[in-house]
Design a protein around this ligand. Structure first.
Ligand code: ATP
Ligand code: MG
Length: 568
C-alpha cells in the first residue's frame, strides 16, 4: 500500500473526551472517528487490524469445530418477549427499539440468544445432529448508560458471538471446555496477558460462566485473585478478616445519636469501630409484575454486593430504595433503619452472624441501640452471602489464601446457559428413544473492538501504539529519507516491490522524514526501513524495529531478512 493513496491521517492531539491511552492513540492514529456518543466509524487502518483479529478468531473457532453463520440485527420483538428478556432489557434501558410501518415492534440486537435459538428450532430435531456450535461476527447495539473509553464501551460495537447446542449437561460441559480452550488460544495469539475468572451471569442467566480478563489499570472490572483462582468481584465468595467480638453479652441500651446518618458519623459519635455496627440497607426488588422491598444487614465495615441480593430473591433488577420509600416503609430516615422492630423482611450477611454487643438502629430517627445481641434482643435472621469481596479477604477455594485485587478488561465471556432459552422458545430434539428433550445451550462472546483496545493498553509507549505483530495493520514501513532524491526514491520503490508479500506500507508522501517516522510509530508498524544516508555512503539501508533496535543491511539481503523477521 502506498501511503499517498491510503485514506488516513494522524493527529497531534487526542479529543478531550479520550481519557485512556488506547482511546487517545486510536484517535490520534486515525483508526477511528467519532460519529456520536459511543458510536465510531472505522478507517482502513482499523479495518485492517480487525480483519487480522478476526482471522485469528475464525481460525481458532473453526479448528474447534464451530461454524460461521450470520444472523439478522433487526429482531422482531416477539422472540424477546417469549424469552422474557424484552421487559428486562427495557427496564434496564439497554434496548434500542424501533417500529415498522405497520406498528410492529423490533429491537436492534444487543445479543443473539433468542434469534439463534429460532434458527435451530424445528431444524436440529434429531439427536444425530448434535452437538454443534455456531458463531457470527457482527455489530451489537446496547444503549449503555456510560459509553466511554472509545472502543471499550460503545453503544454500537463489533462482537464475535457464538452458541453451542448439546443434548445433555455432560455434552454441554464438553462444548464449554472446547470453547474455553479456543478462547485461550485466541488471546494467547494476540499476546494478551489475561486471566480466566469466575463470572456473574448478569442478565443472561445462571450457570457456569467465566470471563477472559486482560490485566490493565484502566480495566472497568475488579478481579479478585488468589493464587490459581480468580473471580470477578461481582461473583466472588469471600470471608472477611474476623473481628474480635466480645464473648460476654451485655444488655442493650438506647442512646440518642442525633444526625448520624452514615456509618462513619455514627462510629465517630459512639467512638466504636465500624465492625461493631450492624448496617442495614433497604433494597427495592423489581420483578416483571411487582415490586418488593427487603432490608439487608451487614457488618458495618463492609459493603453489600447488590447482585447477590438480586440473585437471592430472583429479582429482575435490584436498586437501593430512595429515602422517601424508606421513610414510608420504616418510618425512619436514612441511617436509622435497622432490624429492631422492623416492618420489613430482614436478612443479614454471614459477616453479621458472629457480631455481639453491636450497635443497630431501631427505625426511629436520631436513636440507636448499643450492646445488641442476636437471640437475646432480636431473633436471628436468615443469614446468607451478600458480601462485596475486598482485598485481604480469605478465599474459600484456596486453603489459607487471601485475595488481592487487580483491574481487568473483560474481552471475552463464556457461559453455560443450560436450557433456559431453548425451553422458553421451544427448541427440542428427539432422543434415541423417540422422546422429546430440551437442548442444552452455551453462549460465548468476544468484544473485537475492546480486544484491540486492550492490546493497546498492554503495549504502547510515548510514541504510540505497539501492536502485537500478528495484528499490526502493516508489517513494515518503507521510505526514502527524502522524496527529492530520485536514487533513494527508486531504491525504496524497488524494496517495496521485493517486500510486497510482507504487507509493506510505502510512505511515498512528500513529507519530512521525521514526520513519517513519527506516523509509523504512532500507528504501531513493527518495522521501519529507511533508504537514506547509509545507502548513499555505503549502499546499505537502515532498518529499525518499533522498539528501537537498528541495523544496516544491504538491499541484496532484504529478502532473507524479511523471511526471518517479517514472516508471521
Ligand atoms: P460489560 O460487563 O463490560 O458491560 P457484558 O458482560 O455486558 O460486558 P457480554 O454480554 O458478556 O458483555 O458481551 C460479550 C463481550 O462483548 C464482552 O466480553 C466484551 O468484550 C464485549 N462488550 C460488551 N459490551 C460492550 C460494549 N458496550 N462495547 C464494546 N464491547 C463490549
Ligand atoms: Mg460479560
Amino acid at each position: 500500500m502506498r501511503a499517498s493513496k491510503l485514506f488516513f491521517r494522524t493527529f497531534k492531539e487526542a479529543p478531550a473526551e479520550a481519557d485512556i491511552i488506547s482511546h487517545q492513540l486510536l484517535e490520534r492514529g486515525g483508526y477511528i472517528r467519532r460519529l456520536g456518543r459511543g458510536i465510531y466509524s472505522y478507517t482502513p487502518l482499523m479495518v485492517r487490524v480487525f480483519k487480522k483479529i478476526l482471522e485469528i478468531v475464525r481460525e481458532e473457532l473453526d479448528r474447534a469445530g464451530a461454524q460461521e453463520i450470520s444472523l439478522p440485527f433487526l429482531h422482531p420483538a416477539h422472540f424477546w418477549k417469549e424469552s422474557g428478556r424484552w421487559d428486562d432489557f427495557i427496564s434496564e434501558k439497554l434496548l434500542y427499539t424501533v417500529e415498522d410501518r405497520e406498528g410492529h415492534a423490533y429491537c436492534l440486537a444487543p445479543t443473539h440468544e433468542e434469534v439463534v435459538v429460532s434458527l435451530v428450532t424445528n431444524w436440529a430435531t434429531s439427536y444425530k445432529q448434535f452437538p454443534f456450535n455456531l458463531y457470527q461476527i457482527g455489530n451489537k447495539f446496547r444503549d449503555e448508560i456510560r459509553p466511554r473509553f472509545g472502543l471499550m464501551r460503545g453503544k454500537e460495537f463489533l462482537m464475535k458471538d457464538g452458541y453451542s447446542f448439546s443434548r445433555n449437561p455432560e455434552e454441554m460441559d464438553q462444548q464449554y471446555a472446547i470453547m474455553s480452550e479456543a478462547y485461550s488460544a485466541i488471546f494467547r495469539r494476540l499476546g494478551l496477558d489475561f486471566v480466566i475468572v469466575e463470572a456473574h451471569g448478569g442478565k443472561i442467566g445462571k450457570g457456569k460462566s467465566e470471563e477472559f480478563q486482560v490485566v490493565a489499570d484502566v480495566g472497568e472490572d475488579a478481579v479478585m485473585v488468589c493464587g490459581e483462582y480468580a473471580a470477578n468481584v461481582e461473583a466472588t465468595k469471600s470471608v472477611p478478616p474476623s473481628y474480635p467480638f466480645e464473648k460476654a453479652l451485655k444488655s442493650k441500651e438506647r442512646v440518642a445519636t442525633p444526625g448520624t446518618t452514615t456509618i462513619e458519623e455514627l462510629a465517630a459519635f459512639l467512638k466504636v469501630e465500624g465492625a461493631l455496627i450492624l448496617k442495614t440497607l433497604v433494597y427495592k426488588l423489581i420483578y416483571a409484575d411487582r415490586e418488593e422491598y427487603v432490608a439487608v444487614g451487614i457488618r458495618g465495615d463492609r459493603q453489600i454486593n447488590e447482585l447477590k441480593v438480586g440473585e437471592k430473591f430472583g429479582a429482575v433488577e435490584t436498586v437501593l430504595a430512595t429515602e422517601d420509600e424508606v421513610k414510608r416503609l420504616t418510618g425512619a430516615s436514612f441511617g436509622f433503619v435497622g432490624p429492631l422492630d422492623s416492618k420489613l423482611r430482614f436478612y443479614a450477611d454471614h459477616s453479621a452472624e458472629l457480631m455481639t454487643n453491636f450497635v443497630c438502629a431501631h427505625n426511629e430517627d436520631d436513636v440507636h441501640f448499643i450492646h445488641v445481641n442476636w437471640d437475646q434482643d432480636l431473633p436471628k435472621p436468615e443469614f446468607d452471602d451478600f458480601l462485596l469481596a475486598e482485598e485481604g479477604d480469605r478465599c474459600p477455594h484456596i486453603p489459607g489464601g487471601t485475595y488481592h485485587v487487580q483491574r481487568g478488561i473483560e474481552v471475552g465471556h463464556i457461559f453455560n446457559i443450560g436450557t433456559k432459552y431453548t425451553e422458553k422458545l421451544g427448541a427440542e430434539y428427539q432422543d434415541e428413544n423417540g422422546k422429546m428433550q430440551p437442548i442444552w445451550m452455551g453462549t460465548y462472546g468476544i468484544g473485537i473492538g475492546r480486544t484491540a483496545a486492550a492490546c493497546i493498553e498492554q503495549t504502547h509507549d510515548e510514541k504510540g501504539i505497539i501492536w502485537p505483530k500478528a495484528i499490526a495493520p502493516f508489517r513494515i514501513m518503507i521510505t526514502p529519507a527524502t522524496t527529492k532524491d530520485p536514487v533513494l526514491f527508486e531504491m525504496a520503490e524497488k524494496l517495496y516491490e521485493v517486500l510486497s508479500p510482507f504487507e509493506p506500507l510505502f510512505d511515498d508522501r512528500e513529507e519530512r522524514l521525521g514526520f513519517k517516522l513519527k506516523d509509523s510509530d504512532l500507528i504501531g508498524i513493527p518495522f521501519k526501513l529507511i533508504v537514506g544516508k547509509s545507502f548513499t555512503n555505503e549502499g546499505k539501508v537502515e532498518i529499525e524495529s518499533r522498539q528501537g533496535e537498528k541495523h544496516l543491511i544491504s538491499p541484496d539481503e532484504i529478502q532473507i531478512w524479511a523471511n526471518d523477521h517479517l514472516n508471521w
